[in-house]
Design a protein around this ligand. Structure first.
Ligand code: AMP
Length: 468
């Protein structure tokens, strides 16, 4: 099946062909005809599936196939795409430009963290397609600097993330400002009750599409665990980057402070690195991302929120410097590599504090990740787990949530964790995870059959036949 047989115009097919796309991905195969038909759409798809082109291509086609009528001399906004993060907004708009390069359509992108005045000027000139994050769009609505009365197509991209990030009220206010008659496309990786209720109120007899969840497609990504002591992670990362000549590595840390510290440490090793996280200005984030994409930076150090939506073609290496405390984030992180069919590698540097987190991740992805000890960096088998600090000190509500990592690498069945709030210690196999509101539950636990003690021992001892 080719793009032209999906009913897309020659201009659009030419643009995607220039991107090197030869065949539509499964989500594109289903979404393009559904959107071209003009009805509403509910699509279950994650980043990495080609979903952006899945809604952008037919959207471009629909807008370009009718003559644009100016209103009071201005080009009216006919399509509105809402995304959860600034990075995703910028990338979606970039895709709109790339796929629409042979079409006479205009677009712009608005998000917070940057000056509002250039956006106001841009909006005054008029655009066909507006990509926005909900908060900044609302600012413009309140200042009367955006006119949404002519929107014909609305896209909610990564709707579950928008709800997770607390945007539901903003979204509802935006919806109230749109014309009643329009086409609605809702993309979400997961379907919580909140998403279902949003979809129920928004969509009219939608076509429904679901493509494979990411955690069933991670097979293309080579995953590995390198056990290491907590204070040896940085030299191990530098060692891996140098000996394997890794020149473009996306590294995840748990906290913003951890990201900043790692940048300093890598720079001392003559490895070029920058951090991208919520405390960085938008200009600094954009610069870091573009230098990384251009190959000027060897390492981009990111926290989970900042990394959402980062789309870099063929990113070869992802490193979990710290394991995430939510298993879904592991899948999102490693999904930054091995995109759209490319292969990639994802390595996790795991210290004794993180054995519980690893256990939860392996249950979630329903597989054990191969372990490989690196000569000279083997962890001390007697090391004791310490509580993990989940957030950088100070900033933001919620305080520092801590979680114990069990009581030691070799411990027997009596491992416990501190839980919050009101959780109490739970046996590992049935632990209730700390999750944000509305966070989806993972697939039904069907983890590998092994006692809770066997994995820690495999992670601290070279013997036992694992790895390699
Ligand atoms: P997305 O899920 O929209 O974030 O897209 C993931 C990646 O797949 C992006 O880097 C796209 O450039 C790429 N991509 C999208 N569609 C195709 C396709 N049909 N063939 C190859 N790569 C694609």
């Amino acid at each position: 099946m080719s793009f032209s047989s999906l009913g897309l115009s020659e201009e659009i097919v030419r643009a995607v062909t220039e991107q090197g796309y030869t065949t539509p991905t499964p989500i594109q195969l289903q979404a393009v005809p559904a959107v071209l038909a003009g009805g509403d759409l509910l699509a279950g798809a994650q980043t990495g599936t080609g979903k952006t082109a899945g809604f952008t291509l037919p959207l471009l086609q629909r807008l370009s196939s009718v003559e644009r009528v100016k209103i009071n001399g201005h080009v009216p906004i006919r399509a509105l795409i809402l995304t959860p993060t600034r990075e995703l907004a910028a990338q979606v708009e970039e895709s709109v430009r790339v796929y629409g390069k042979y079409l006479p359509l205009t677009s712009t992108c608005i998000f917070g963290g940057v000056g509002i005045n250039p956006q106001i000027r841009q909006l005054k000139q008029g655009v066909d397609i507006l990509v926005a994050t909900p908060g900044r769009l609302l600012d413009h609505m309140q200042q009367n600097t955006v006119d949404l009365r002519n929107v014909q197509i609305l896209v909610l991209d990564e709707a579950d993330r928008m709800l997770d990030m607390g945007f539901i009220r903003d979204i509802r206010k935006v919806l109230a400002a749109l014309p009643k008659k329009r086409q609605n496309l809702l993309f979400s990786a997961t379907f919580s009750d909140e998403i279902k209720s949003l979809a129920d109120g928004l969509l009219n007899a939608p076509a429904m599409i679901e493509v494979a969840r990411r955690n069933s497609t991670v097979e293309v990504i080579g995953q590995k665990i390198h056990p290491v002591d907590r204070d040896k992670k940085h030299p191990l990362l530098a060692h891996l980057m140098k000996t394997n000549a890794w020149n473009q590595v996306l590294v995840f840390t748990r906290t913003k402070h951890g990201a900043n510290k790692l940048v300093e440490q890598l720079e001392r090793d003559n490895i070029t690195a920058m951090a991208i996280h919520g405390n960085k200005s938008q200009a600094a984030r954009t610069r870091a991302l573009s230098e990384f994409k251009d190959g000027k930076l060897q390492a981009l150090i990111a926290t989970d929120i900042a990394a959402r939506g980062i789309d870099i073609d063929q990113l070869p290496h992802v490193v979990n410097y710290d394991l995430p405390n939510v298993p879904e984030d592991y899948v999102h992180r490693i999904g930054r590599t091995g995109r759209a069919g490319a292969t990639g590698s994802a390595v996790s540097l795991v210290c004794v504090d993180e054995h519980d987190l690893l256990h939860d991740i392996e249950r979630f992805i329903k597989r054990e990740i191969p372990v490989e000890f690196i000569e000279g960096f083997e962890p001390d088998p007697k090391a004791k787990a310490q509580p993990i600090q989940l957030r950088s000190g100070g900033g933001g509500g919620g305080g520092n949530r801590q979680r114990s990592g069990g009581n030691g690498g070799n411990g027997g069945g009596n491992r416990s964790r501190t839980q919050q709030p009101g959780g109490g210690a739970q046996p590992q196999a049935q632990s209730a995870k700390p999750r944000g509101p509305g966070k989806p539950q993972g697939p039904a636990p069907a983890g590998p059959s092994r006692g809770p003690a066997s994995r820690p021992s495999a992670l601290t001892h070279r013997s036992g036949g694992r790895g390699r």
